[in-house]
Design a protein around this ligand. Structure first.
Ligand code: PBG
Ligand code: ZN
Length: 323
């Protein structure tokens, strides 16, 4: 059928007709809200490159988690900016560390909220790389042992999901093995499977104070030019025991989200990263774009590309609009 017999506009005529043919829906249940932890009490300090996002002490993080929960958001992901950094990032597996404290507090005060512990080292190392450096290079296998230590420490604190983002070989398998051995077989792993070496992480590195002192992350994160390699990474992570696979960043990588969600039957997460958030916020603050509409369109595009969940700094704003 063709025009004039077929007229697609017939079904776009009214609000209810449009609702009936709507293919993709956003729901607060799609969102995961990131929280940035700092030491202290009563601290809620806005992150300059991420307006509307904060560095939070544990007590304030619990309040924020309650707010997210109240808006129907099912989960938070925790990052920490520790006071003490060292060569290997040992504060990451301190049982009294910020992520561990916040996990315990949130699980106690906001039961039901899913706590995801980001399990990287770059916030904890003095050099800002995502693991142990040997002779100027990120050492894969030495980093795996520390990853197992951190994984167990977060699991003991009550984390529901461990999310190792370092893009080191064997990360997922090492985390899974540690969880099984220590009796945490119920803890899930969200693998940062296709994580690209992206300039869109800029504001996050300010927020989490985790920019590498020297060099960059191209020796472990993926080249933005590569698509097939993303599928290979995902396949490996699934074989190693991932429960959820992730693509990061999201906006400029929706082709990757689509191909992965077509190829694999595990849940797919898209990480709507700090630079994507900052661009939308900045343009909106200039009055150049409509914040609410651009935010919703952006998030919708990720779901349309096939992801099941989105880590996003917009979570509270978007959930409020949807509510
Ligand atoms: C740490 C980490 C980064 C992000 C999440 N975990 C930065 C990086 O890899 O350099 C970025 C998140 C964002 O930009 O919102 N490995
Ligand atoms: Zn890292």
């Amino acid at each position: 059928m063709q025009y004039p017999d077929y007229r697609p506009r017939r079904l776009r005529r009214t609000e209810n007709l449009r609702r009936m043919i709507c293919e993709t829906k956003l729901d607060p249940g799609d969102f995961i809200y990131p929280l940035f932890l700092v030491t202290g009490k009563g601290v809620q300090k806005e992150i300059s490159s991420m307006p509307g996002q904060y560095n939070l002490s544990v007590d304030k993080a619990v309040e924020m988690a309650k707010k997210a929960h109240g808006l129907g958001i099912p989960s938070v992901i925790l990052f920490a900016i520790p006071e003490h950094k060292d060569e290997v990032g040992s504060e990451a597996w301190n049982d009294r560390g910020l992520v561990q404290q916040a996990t315990r507090a949130i699980k106690k005060q906001v039961p039901g909220l899913v706590v995801i512990a980001d399990t990287c080292f770059c916030e904890y190392t003095s050099h800002g790389h995502c693991g142990v450096m040997i002779k100027g290079e990120l050492d894969n296998d030495a980093s795996l042992e520390n990853l197992q230590r951190a994984t167990i420490s977060y699991a003991k604190a009550g984390a529901d999901i461990i999310a190792p983002p370092g893009m080191l070989d064997g990360f997922v398998g090492a985390a899974r093995e540690a969880l099984e051995t220590e009796g945490f077989e119920k803890v899930a792993i969200m693998a940062y499977s296709a994580k690209y070496a992206s300039a869109f992480y800029g504001p996050f590195r300010d927020a989490a104070d985790c920019a590498p002192q020297e060099g960059d992350r191209r020796g472990y994160q993926m080249d933005p030019a590569n698509a097939r390699e993303a599928l290979r990474e995902v396949t490996l992570d699934i074989a190693e025991g991932a429960d959820i696979v992730m693509v990061k960043p999201a906006m400029a990588y929706l082709d990757i989200v689509r191909s992965i969600s077509d190829e694999v039957d595990l849940p797919v997460c898209a990480y709507n990263v700090s630079g994507e958030y900052a661009m939308v916020k900045a343009a909106a603050m200039q009055g150049w774009i409509d914040y609410d509409r651009v935010m919703m369109e952006t998030l919708l595009s990720m779901k349309r590309a096939g992801c099941d969940m989105i880590i996003t700094y917009h979570a509270l704003d978007a959930a409020k609009l949807l509510g």
